[in-house]
Design a protein around this ligand. Sequence first.
Ligand code: NAD
Ligand code: AHE
Ligand code: ZN
Length: 369
Amino acid sequence: MQVRAAVAYQAGAPLSIETVELEGPRAGEVLVEIKATGVCHTDLYTLSGADPEGLFPTILGHEGAGIVVDVGPGVTSLKKGDHVIPLYTPECRECEYCLNPKTNLCQAIRSTQGQGLMPDGSSRFSLGGKKLHHYMGTSTFAQYTVVPEIALAKIREDAPFDKVCYIGCGVTTGIGAVIYTAKVEPGAKVVVFGLGGIGLNVIQGARLAGAGMIVGVDLNPARKAMAEKFGMTHFVNPAEVEGDLVPYLVNLTKGGADYSFECIGNTKVMRQALECCHKGWGTSIIIGVAEAGAEISTRPFQLVTGRNWRGSAFGGARGRTDVPKIVDWYMEGKIDIDSLITHTMPLEKINEAFDLMHRGESIRSVVIY
Ligand code: NAD
Ligand code: AHE
Ligand code: ZN
């Protein structure tokens, strides 16, 4: 079939709206009509050319929601008409990762996904007879996309696509990092670096977990009001701190953070996030994605003296199991998504979403098909 899509021809260039060819679903695959998709900083990162898995030409996008239109042979868990959220972290429930409660990183299709291909090693997208790469197994910047069955979470039908698409990455990544990865306890002192589409969800996750102190750190003063609405108790702008940021934060938290979260992708900030943690037990979670070749460093003494350095992908969530629950939390009013969606646009204007993010003017932009 022919579908409208935003094609990334090469790194650094704006996306181009094209009519591309999409082949139907093969065995174990599902054709999804994407109704809405968020634009995440990771799309911008890959488009920048810094991502070693950023293959071009491609169709980006990994934060979508839509409706099943057709299923390939052997698909049993989904049928035409089901409402779904595509998952860049699938959940096969069979691989050694899925069977290990310590991780959410299902590896069933990771290698072909990283090569921009479907699990059988081919692509369903093409333009003018030339192959287009898939992206993160989802390619939600297309009106229709083909996704493996194990990479789709079935969600309730009364959930609005233009809001719950954000659960496909940002909401789950932020709230999940607090609840599933860090397992923040009531009363904990939390420091969040970067108050964008991810960090603000870490803040609402920390409030949900009952954290006693939630410090937000961002260079953009415009982020303060929104972060306060989501539960931030103290705002720190590093540009306004005299002297080193780390001792300032240790002092503010009276000894250091129980948990810190880096939601920027800046390796210098990752070090600050670790070193502002409390001696003996503080845990720092890296969420931000840094370019290939970037390295983190600290004095080993920081770890010897009991600080823990960890990372979190997709918030530690198991998509097919946890995403429908997070949709329920939204529908029950336990979490706020609407306030974070600051801009919406049709696919034709998707480049504006990237410009807004570059200028720090949006929290989340959502493309509505
Ligand atoms: P964003 O652009 O919306 O937010 C980044 C925020 O960081 C902005 O508010 C910006 O002002 C702030 N910032 C930038 N430099 C700073 C500095 N030096 N000190 C303090 N604040 C600073 O981005 P986002 O969509 O929230 O994504 C954040 C990061 O998380 C990106 O690296 C993205 O690729 C990554 N990410 C990771 C996962 C995962 O599963 N691990 C999932 C989604 C996104
Ligand atoms: N391809 C990049 C890695 C990017 C990365 O870390 N992606 C996160 C999700 S970001 C969503 O916005 C992730 O889930 N990582 C686990 C994985 O298996 O990719 C690179 O640098 O190579
Ligand atoms: Zn993302």
